[in-house]
Write a protein that binds this ligand. Structure first.
Ligand SMILES: [Zn+2]
Length: 425
């Protein structure tokens, strides 16, 4: 039997005693700030404007002297001097890959040995050398597919670059290639498993899936329990972004997501900008010791809560208990970000429409998106118009949604372009 409960990628680092960890963090902090100041013009500009010199930053608490760089502002910073607006420390030709996120925002991948740092997450989740892993994250434009792909290869797994969709073929591959690991969203895993059941591929008869790392969506405990009890799959979740890679991962204990040792993560009160203590809600702010993209105080817009209680697994890093939401209206539907500006884009492309509102709900384990369309007085509802709005929505958001014609009074909170009605129990 393979032990999927205990195991480390870098045991010495992951179990650093508190004192050693504090010293380690101080060292990478000073190096990163110094490096970014020298090599990334946008970081230098930001620090100069705030009259902060790298020597002023000796400890994590000193970071508060440097203003945040918001995720929502990346595209504007980049636009000032494409493609990276001075945020990157090397020119595009010095990078391995460049990805394109909605916005568009460009995400560089450096030539470091591991740019996205997902190896620890996989080992902590129970992936082992020899696992055959189906990676259902997107491989084009988005870094999601490749960032997990490469970490899996580095820990000795074999990867099937399956990408998104095509459920029936996913099941066939799962069976024919004796797949033991899955990476993707939790909802798509359940979709595949339900299809598998329909096709007669079940545990003990064709289904050999043992372990899964899920991300980009909430994982309700009820769903995790179903994976374990009905299908015998150990599911652990991770958290990260296309800008900075891994930001947290669960170990076997599943009592929160360990913050990677090699990054500096602050939780900051979005109203006051001050660091929050354990148990309090704060925005995830990252300083990234990366020689290609050394972001200093990158504010993700994600809200979380941390704990520094010891974890029985032996890792000494603090943990993010969960992601509790977004500071703005930007939300994630089926693992994809949807911005209010995108709803505005759909409106502009549909002259008959007075206003649109996206409503996100959850049916079973899946996100559903409904587009409420309020028409101008001069326009009348028709199937053709409905199809056109639906198609435009798909083009703009890369998501399918059901279009319903509505009166202005039907909209939930009129000023909101996106309403999230999902409940996570
Ligand atoms: Zn742990």
């Amino acid at each position: 039997m393979i032990d999927r409960k205990r195991g480390f990628y870098d045991e010495e680092q992951e179990r650093m005693p508190a004192k050693e960890r504090a010293g380690f963090v101080r060292r990478i902090l000073r190096e990163t700030v110094q490096y970014a100041y020298e090599k990334a013009p946008a970081a230098r500009r930001k620090m100069d404007e705030a009259s902060v010199h790298p020597n002023d930053i000796q400890d994590v608490a000193d970071l508060a002297k440097i203003p945040l760089t918001r995720k929502a502002d990346l595209k504007n910073i980049q636009k000032t001097e494409l493609p990276f607006g001075g945020l990157a420390a090397v020119p595009p030709r010095g990078m391995r890959r460049i990805y394109v996120s909605p916005g568009p925002t460009f995400d560089p991948e450096g030539r470091e040995e591991t740019h996205w740092r997902w190896e620890k997450a996989f080992v902590a989740a129970g992936f082992r050398q020899g696992d055959i892993v189906q990676n259902t994250f997107m491989y084009h434009f988005s870094p999601a597919g490749l960032m997990f792909d490469e970490a899996l290869i580095r820990i000795g797994c074999t990867v099937i670059p399956a990408g998104v969709g095509n459920t029936e073929m996913q099941v066939q591959v799962l069976r024919d290639l004796c797949v033991s690991g899955y990476v993707g969203t939790p909802s798509f895993l359940m979709t595949i498993l339900e299809k598998a059941k329909e096709m007669g591929v079940v545990p003990g008869d064709g289904l050999q899936l043992r372990v899964a790392l899920v991300a980009a969506e909430m994982l309700p405990e009820t769903l995790r329990k179903r994976f374990q009890e009905e299908f015998g799959i150990q599911v652990r979740q991770a958290y990260g972004t296309a800008d900075v890679g891994s930001l947290g991962y669960e170990c076997f204990e599943a009592k929160g997501m360990h913050i990677p040792d090699e990054i500096i993560l602050e939780l900051v009160d979005p109203a006051t900008g001050e660091a929050v203590g354990p148990g309090k809600i704060g925005e995830v702010v990252v300083t990234l010791p990366n020689t290609t993209y050394p972001l200093i105080r990158f504010a993700t817009g994600d809200l979380s809560i941390f704990t520094d209680d010891p974890c029985p697994c032996g890792r000494t890093s603090a943990r993010l208990l969960r992601i509790v939401g977004r500071i703005d209206q930007v939300t994630k539907v089926k693992g994809m970000f949807v911005h209010p500006e995108q709803v505005g884009q759909i409106e502009r492309k549909t002259p008959e429409v007075e206003a649109l509102q996206l409503v996100v709900t959850r049916v079973g384990h899946e996100d559903r998106m409904t587009i409420q369309a309020v028409l101008k007085k001069s326009a009348s509802p028709s199937d053709a118009l409905r199809d056109r709005i639906s198609e435009t929505t798909r083009e703009v958001t890369r998501l399918k949604g059901e279009v319903v014609f509505a009166n202005e009074a039907d909209l939930f909170e009129k000023e909101k372009k996106i309403v999230d009605k999902r409940k996570w129990e």
